[in-house]
Write a protein that binds this ligand. Structure first.
Ligand SMILES: Cc1cc2nc3c(=O)[nH]c(=O)nc-3n(C[C@H](O)[C@H](O)[C@H](O)COP(=O)(O)OP(=O)(O)OC[C@H]3O[C@@H](n4cnc5c(N)ncnc54)[C@H](O)[C@@H]3O)c2cc1C
Length: 526
């Protein structure tokens, strides 16, 4: 049994059951719905065509934030909800969701002006019921962000948001859902919907590892397929409702852009917000926001234009650092599921979630990682008509049960909390399963070698990229996808995964090719 609730060998029996809710899509939206449904007594099954968090939910900017910029657009309700969810995640998952202070420099002639920004921060603080904002003089700001551009610098402001490991957040939600009886299966795609008298009654699922198909019925079928939602709901030829927007990021070694805290700035070309912050031992820079015209059946990747755009922002804010493409360890790109209203500027499209109930299929798409619990509750509210007799309250409950902090004197500082946040009640078992020296960190990251063993043994790893891009983030935290670490990764994980030498070699080749194509610098003039 995996911590997410299903063993591959049990698939036929599992899929023959009658389900209350079938959730298609294993990103944060699907995971959140699984948790909220399972803890309210519904028999709920989640299926994901690739790996858990394979889609946008492992490629976000990893911020758990209220969306300060939405205040400028007058979207107070959206910000208030996100601030509330940020605060409850900070309470529920310390070690996984951590506070992150942001600094913003005020420069002569640049927008927004200091007064406007401070007004926004006052509203932001008020929504959170705290006073986290600070206003700094020029010298104070220089002390806070020593490498910031000095030309025209007048001072700066600080505010508080939070950050996370998005893929691990999905996995923690799935783990919590499993504790309530929810079941999640990866590499189980939905090929088509089952209908009776035109109404959706379930889906035809396909085991992507061996090709077996299974018709599965459920009282409610919910599509949480993010940017892929149109493919499941749109009858052939109908107008799609989503506008896929790509956002790309750079990962830099922390020593090339050391930051004591996050820095946000308005991009010199178009005035869009861009940020850089310390993440998992590296520095993360993002993001772009452009129409994603590529086919949706592959992984997104950064283009040369996006790389230049992000480097231009870094040159503007940190001119002395002299950063170039050679400094980039890795890149990653995600596709936002944004509702298309035909705006000329993609950044002007609203970021709210949407719910569409069509012929018995409930589609939930859009929104943010931060607000997954609120989205899940909205989805279940909308699904009520499909679940007659089910009357449970949909008031928010604490996101996670509070785990006991594990203890081992060999753990590096801060790791007990980090593991408790990521693995919940299983943190102690992870430590107990570690071999000698696996409770040390992998160079350049905050990941323990022991996390690899645990993932390979217990976390439904089907391919090497599951292990290195989502169970751990080694693939985006080290150069070349962590090629230089693979010998030790193999020594730990190959026996746990029970892969032959041939299988390991094939997985390695496929993984390294994936990293080069989708997680490195742009290639072939893209
Ligand atoms: C660049 C970028 C930065 C972002 N930054 C932030 C941020 O900092 N903070 C924040 O709160 N939000 C952020 N967001 C938004 C957030 O990441 C998304 O709203 C969220 O991850 C969407 O989750 P999801 O589960 O709806 O979609 P996804 O994570 O994409 O999950 C959908 C899943 O459905 C699966 N699927 C599709 N079709 C099928 C099928 N037929 N059968 C089975 N499975 C299927 C896909 O494989 C996929 O894994 C960002 C988004 C982007 C793109």
């Amino acid at each position: 049994m995996t911590p997410f609730g299903a063993d591959r060998a049990d698939l036929p029996a599992l899929l023959a059951r009658d389900w209350d809710v079938l959730i298609v899509g294993g990103g944060i939206t699907g995971a959140g719905i699984l948790l909220e449904a399972a803890r309210r007594g519904l028999k709920a099954l989640l299926v994901e065509q690739y790996d858990f968090a394979w889609g946008t939910s492992s490629r976000s900017s990893k911020l758990v934030h209220g969306g300060l910029r939405y205040l400028k657009e007058g979207r107070f309700a959206l910000t208030r909800e996100a601030v509330r969810e940020r605060e409850s995640l900070l309470r529920a998952a310390p070690g996984l969701v951590e506070p992150q202070s942001f600094a913003f420099g005020a420069y002569a002639g640049r927008k927004p002006g200091r007064r406007t920004f401070l007004l926004g921060l006052a509203i932001y603080d008020r929504m959170a019921g705290q006073r986290a904002r600070h206003d700094f003089s020029r010298d104070e700001f220089r002390a806070l962000v020593p490498n910031a551009a000095e030309d025209g610098l007048q001072g700066g402001m600080c505010y508080q948001d939070a950050k996370t490991d998005d893929a691990r957040l999905v996995l923690r939600v799935l783990q919590e859902a499993h504790a309530h009886g929810g079941v999640a299966v990866n590499y189980l795609g939905t090929r088509s919907l089952l209908r009776e008298g035109g109404r959706v009654t379930g889906a035809l699922l396909c085991d992507e590892l061996d090709g077996t198909t299974y018709p599965v019925t459920a009282r409610a079928t919910i599509s949480a397929t993010g940017a892929w939602a149109d493919a499941l709901r749109v009858p052939a030829g109908a107008r799609p409702r989503l506008r896929p927007l790509r956002g790309s990021h750079l990962v830099l070694p922390a020593w090339r852009l050391p930051l004591a805290q996050a820095v946000s700035l308005m991009h010199p070309h178009d005035g869009r917000p861009v940020f850089a912050f310390p993440w998992e031992g590296a520095t993360l820079v993002g993001t772009t926001d452009i129409d994603h015209a590529d086919a949706m059946n592959g992984e997104a990747a950064i283009t040369q234009g996006e790389l230049d755009y992000l480097l231009a922002a870094l040159h503007c804010q940190f001119p002395a650092a002299n950063l170039s493409a050679d400094d980039v360890i890795a890149t990653f790109a995600g596709v936002r599921p944004v509702i298309d209203t035909g705006k000329a500027d993609p950044s002007k499209e609203a970021r709210d979630h949407a719910l569409w109930l069509e012929d018995g299929l409930l589609t939930v798409t859009g929104g943010k990682l931060t607000t997954f619990r609120a989205i899940a509750l909205d989805a279940l509210r909308a699904a009520r008509p499909l679940l007659p007799g089910w009357h449970d309250s949909l008031e928010p409950r604490p996101v996670f049960a509070t785990p006991t902090l594990p203890y081992d004197r060999r753990l590096p500082p801060g790791q007990a909390q980090r593991l408790a946040g990521r693995y919940g009640a299983q943190a102690a078992a992870l430590i107990a399963a570690a071999c000698p020296d696996e409770l040390s960190t992998i160079p350049g990251t905050q990941t323990l070698w022991a996390q690899l063993r645990w993932a390979a043994r217990h976390e439904a790893v089907r391919h090497l990229d599951d292990l290195l891009l989502r169970r751990t983030r080694i693939g985006i935290l080290t150069r070349g996808g962590g090629r230089h670490l693979l010998q030790r990764v193999r020594a730990i994980c190959q026996p746990e995964l029970r892969w032959s030498d041939e299988r390991w070699d094939a997985e390695t080749a496929a993984y390294l090719a994936l990293c080069a194509r989708h997680y490195g610098l742009p290639r072939d003039g893209r």
